[in-house]
Design a protein around this ligand. Structure first.
Ligand SMILES: NC(=O)c1ccc[n+]([C@@H]2O[C@H](COP(=O)([O-])OP(=O)(O)OC[C@H]3O[C@@H](n4cnc5c(N)ncnc54)[C@H](OP(=O)(O)O)[C@@H]3O)[C@@H](O)[C@H]2O)c1
Length: 230
């Protein structure tokens, strides 16, 4: 789908990759950009419509879809990554916290907005995933579990929605230079570079985009004799 004249909603649009998506959508000529955030006062970008939205709240997702009926593109960007493993006394709680935002948050948005996209002639979901969908290093175990689940969700719902002319794009990448990776001593790419590749892929009608070299290398390594996840 084309961004020009699209009506876009982006979750977690106040900072990081979500903010870059909002800026790029405006630059590409979106008709309207709903910038959703838990605290709408944290939306400082000019030209967007701030929306209060915590994706873990079914009531807020429902009220958002009820008041943003013209949306044609949903960017499921909001996410959390708590460092640590799950073999801890609070491991179940930690896994649930990740799933609540990174999996069920995405599912809530897709359930709530799919009928609107259909009513508006099709449109698209862009789900922000990660190389953590494919590998789990043990450093962010709950996060990787939730991103693997969100990848599967993205693939399944793409099939469920195929007959409704809705594009579902999964976005994978390695480390991006945002608050989420602050203090990580690794090579990072800019949020802008990821967003440009993601929106180019969306406009080209793709179902999946590997937006940096790390994502391409890791995906390739899944089929090695000793796969990269071992
Ligand atoms: N940075 C990376 O290296 C990297 C790599 C691969 C994938 N990703 C994915 O990219 C997405 C954006 O990450 P980022 O790097 O931009 O992270 P970030 O800088 O930490 O920003 C996270 C965003 O998600 C929002 N958020 C968190 N929980 C939310 C909730 N329950 N409801 C609504 N919004 C919520 C945050 O809002 P508040 O300001 O209210 O906290 C913030 O806007 C995430 O899905 C992440 O998993 C990131």
């Amino acid at each position: 789908m084309k961004i020009e004249n699209a009506v876009v909603i982006i979750t977690g649009a106040n900072r990081g990759i979500g903010l870059s998506f909002a800026e790029a959508a405006l630059q590409r000529g979106a008709k309207k950009v709903y910038a959703a955030a838990r605290d709408p006062a944290s939306i400082t970008l000019k030209g967007v419509v701030p929306v209060k939205l915590d994706v873990t709240s079914a009531a807020e997702v429902a009220s958002t879809s009820a008041s943003c009926k013209d949306v044609t593109l949903v960017i499921n960007n909001a996410g959390i990554a708590r460092p640590g493993g799950l073999m801890t006394p609070n491991g179940i709680e930690a896994a649930r916290e990740h799933l609540e935002t990174n999996l069920f948050g995405v599912l809530r948005m897709m359930q709530s907005f799919a009928p609107l996209l259909t009513a508006n002639g099709g449109g698209a979901f862009l789900n922000v995933l990660s190389v953590a969908s494919w590998i789990n290093s043990g450093a962010l175990t709950g996060y990787s579990v939730s991103k693997s689940a969100a990848w599967s969700l993205t693939n399944g719902i793409r099939q469920e929605l195929r007959s409704q002319n809705i594009q579902v794009l999964g976005l994978h990448m390695g480390f991006v230079d945002t608050d989420m990776t602050r203090g990580f001593d690794v090579v990072k790419v800019s949020p802008q570079s990821i967003v440009e590749r993601a929106l180019d892929a969306l406009e080209a009608g793709a179902s999946e985009v590997l937006a940096d070299q790390r994502a391409r290398d890791i995906k390739h390594g899944l089929t090695a004799e000793t796969p990269v996840y071992l």
